[in-house]
Ligand binder design. Structure first.
Ligand code: FAD
Length: 531
C-alpha cells in the first residue's frame, strides 16, 4: 500500500482531464451522488474542501429514521420516503446500521396528550408495513427503563428506528464509488466555477487545500457540475447570481459517559420549555442528548454549542431524570452541526420543511436539504436530472442496492479467534471488501479493544495507512470516533495512538507535536463545553 501523501499526490496529478461529472462536497449528499453517478457509468470526480464528512455529516444525531417529528409538521412525504429508506439501509448495511428501540415518555405536563403520539406511531408503523409500537403504563415504562423515576411519568410508547455511525456511512458510500471506478479527493476546495461564453457552468477551479503553499490550482472541465456543499450551497450559487434560499440551522448535542446515563434504548420527551422532542441516545458506549434548532446565519463561525443550548439540553435531563442529579461537570463532550434547511420563511426554525430540493441554474445542479437517511433519494433526483446532460443514461433504478453486498468470502475471512460475532458484524459493516487489507496490516495484540470502546487498535492502524488521513482530527474524529467517545477527546491515549499511527502516517516528531496540539485545540473549541 502506498503512503497517504504519495497516494494523494498521484490522484492530484491525474485530475486534469475532462470529467462527465464533478461532485462538490464530501458529506453524505455528495457521497450518494458520487456513488450513483459512477455506477451509472459516468466518469465522476468528488472533491471535498476539508476531510470527508467533516461538515454536518459527522455531527448528526446518527439516526437512520423516518423522522416522527416531521409528521408533527405534516411532512408526510418526507416520513414515508425516509421509513422506506431506513428499511433498505437496515437490510443492506448490517453492522453499520442497526435497529434501535425507542421509548417515548408521556409526562403530566406534555404539550399534547399521549394518545396523539400513539396515532402518529400507528401511521409510522403502517408506512413501514410492520407493527412494532406498543403503549405502556407508568409501571411498565419504569421496568423498561429504571431511570424513569420522575413523578410526572404517566406512561409512554415503544417503537423502533435505526442508528448508524454517520461519518463511517459517508466513507463507506465514497469508498464504494471509488471501488467502482470513481475518483475522490479530500482537502481540495472548489474556489469558483468555470463558465462558457454563454454563461453555462462547464467546470471548476480547484485549489489544493493540503499544499496551499505550493498554491496548486487546477481548472477542471466537466459536462455537469453538482453542488452538494450542504449549508454552504449558496456560496457557489451566489457566484452565478442566484439568491439565498438556505437557512442554516444549528443543532447541538451533549455527550455523557454511558455510565452516567446508562440506557439500553433511546428515550425521548417533549421539552418542557418549547414542546420540541429531545432524545437521549445510547451510541457506542456513550449517551448523546440532543438536539437544538437555532438560526446560525454566519457561516464563517464554526458551529459550537452555546451556553443557552447547553442549559436547554440539561433542563431536559433534569426534567426526565430528576434523581440522576446530572450536572454540567458530567458532560464529557459536545458537538454541533448545521442543517442545510430550505427556507420557507417560517418564524420557528423547527417548522421549516426537512425535504430536499434540487435547483438547476446555468448548468449548475444544486442539491440540498434532506437528511442522512434520504441520501439515495437525493442522488436519484440528481441522476434523473443528469439525463438532460447524458441522454444515454437509463432512468434511475430504485431496486439497485443502496450499499454493496458484503462479498461471499467475507464471513470466512473473519472467522478467527479473538473476534467475537459482534466484532465481525461491526467490521463487515464498516470495512466490507476492504477487510483483508485491515487484517493484513494488524500487528500482534491489535485485535484488542481501545479503552472501553468497541474500536480495535487494528482499525486505527488501517485507517492511518489506507483511509486518506491527512490530519490527526480526520483519524480521531471521523475514521474512528475516539474523539467523541473518550474523555478529553482521548488525550490520555495519545502516546499509545502515536506509537501505532505515527509510522503509518510518516510524520516526524515536529509534525506529530503540531498535529496533536492542533487536534486538542479543535476538540477544546468545537467538541467541549463553551468557555
Ligand atoms: P455536509 O455534510 O455539510 O457536507 C457538505 C460538504 O461540502 C462539507 O464536507 C464541506 O466541507 C464541503 N464543501 C463546502 N464548500 C466546499 C467547496 N467550495 N469545495 C469543496 N467542498 C466544499 N439526518 C438524519 O437522517 N438522521 C439524523 O439523526 C439527523 N440528525 C441531525 C442532527 C443535527 C444536529 C443536524 C444538524 C442534522 C441532522 N440530520 C440528520 C441531517 C443530516 O445530518 C444532514 O442533512 C446531512 O448530513 C447533510 O449532508 P450534506 O452532505 O448535504 O452536507
Amino acid at each position: 500500500m502506498m503512503k497517504q501523501p504519495d497516494a494523494r499526490a498521484l490522484i492530484w496529478s491525474q485530475l486534469n482531464r475532462k470529467w462527465d461529472v464533478i461532485v462538490i462536497g464530501g458529506g453524505i449528499t455528495g457521497a450518494g451522488v458520487f456513488r450513483e453517478a459512477v455506477h451509472a457509468g459516468l466518469t465522476t470526480l468528488l472533491v471535498e474542501a476539508g476531510d470527508y464528512a467533516s461538515g454536518t455529516s459527522s455531527r448528526s444525531s446518527k439516526l437512520v429514521h423516518g423522522g416522527l417529528r416531521y409528521m408533527k409538521n405534516a411532512q408526510f412525504k418526507t416520513t414515508i420516503e425516509s421509513v422506506s429508506e431506513r428499511e433498505h439501509l437496515l437490510r443492506q448495511g448490517k453492522g453499520l446500521i442497526n435497529r434501535l428501540g425507542f421509548l417515548f415518555t408521556s409526562l403530566q405536563d406534555d404539550p399534547m396528550p399521549g394518545w396523539v403520539f400513539g396515532i402518529g406511531l400507528m401511521a409510522y408503523d403502517l408506512m413501514a408495513r410492520q407493527w412494532t409500537h406498543r403503549a405502556y403504563d407508568r409501571l411498565d415504562m419504569r421496568e423498561l427503563c429504571p431511570l424513569l423515576t420522575t413523578p410526572l411519568l404517566k406512561g409512554g410508547y415503544r417503537y423502533f428506528d435505526a442508528q448508524t455511525d454517520d461519518a463511517r456511512l459517508v466513507l463507506r458510500v465514497i469508498q464504494e464509488g471509488e471501488q467502482a471506478g470513481g475518483t475522490a479527493i479530500n482537502y481540495a476546495r472548489v474556489a469558483g466555477l468555470l463558465r462558457t461564453q454563454n454563461g453555462r457552468t462547464c467546470g471548476v477551479t480547484l485549489q489544493d487545500a493540503w499544499n496551499p503553499e505550493e498554491n496548486a490550482i487546477l481548472e477542471l472541465q466537466a459536462e455537469a457540475v453538482v453542488n452538494a456543499t450542504g449549508a454552504r450551497v449558496n456560496e457557489l450559487r451566489s457566484g452565478i447570481g442566484q439568491n439565498q434560499r438556505i437557512r442554516p440551522l444549528r443543532g447541538s448535542h451533549l455527550i455523557f459517559p454511558g455510565k452516567r446515563i446508562p440506557l439500553s434504548r433511546a428515550i425521548s420527551l417533549w421539552h418542557p420549555q418549547d414542546g420540541r422532542p429531545v432524545f437521549f441516545l445510547p451510541w457506542e458506549g456513550v449517551t448523546l442528548v440532543g438536539t437544538t434548532d437555532i438560526d446560525h446565519p454566519d457561516l464563517q463561525q464554526e458551529p459550537i454549542i452555546s451556553q443557552e443550548e447547553t442549559e436547554y439540553l440539561l433542563q431536559a435531563a433534569w426534567h426526565l431524570f430528576p434523581e440522576l442529579d446530572i450536572q454540567a461537570g458530567d458532560i464529557q463532550g459536545t458537538f454541533s452541526g448545521l442543517r442545510p434547511v430550505i427556507s420557507h420563511g417560517k418564524r420557528d426554525p423547527s417548522k421549516e420543511s426537512r425535504d430536499h430540493i434540487l435547483w438547476q441554474e446555468d448548468g449548475l445542479i444544486t442539491i440540498a436539504g434532506g437528511k442522512l437517511t434520504t441520501f439515495r433519494l437525493m442522488a436519484r433526483d440528481v441522476l434523473n436530472c443528469l439525463r438532460g446532460y447524458f441522454p444515454q443514461l437509463e432512468s434511475f433504478n430504485r431496486d439497485r442496492p443502496i450499499l454493496d453486498s458484503p462479498p461471499d468470502w467475507l464471513d470466512q475471512v473473519l472467522q478467527f479467534d479473538g473476534l467475537k460475532p459482534a466484532d465481525r458484524l461491526r467490521l463487515a459493516g464498516r470495512y466490507g471488501a476492504a477487510i483483508p487489507g485491515l487484517l493484513a496490516v494488524a500487528c500482534p495484540g491489535e485485535f484488542q479493544k481501545i479503552a472501553n470502546t468497541e474500536y480495535l487498535w487494528a482499525e486505527l492502524r488501517y485507517a492511518a495507512r489506507a483511509e486518506n488521513v491527512l490530519h490527526l482530527a480526520d483519524l480521531l474524529l471521523r475514521r474512528v470516533r475516539l474523539g467523541l467517545l473518550l474523555p478529553e477527546g482521548g488525550r490520555q491515549h495519545l502516546p499509545e495512538i502515536r506509537r501505532i499511527v505515527q509510522p503509518e502516517l510518516g510524520w516526524d516528531e515536529v509534525r506529530w507535536t503540531q498535529e496533536s496540539r492542533q487536534y486538542l485545540e479543535t476538540w477544546r473549541k468545537c467538541y467541549n463545553l463553551p468557555h
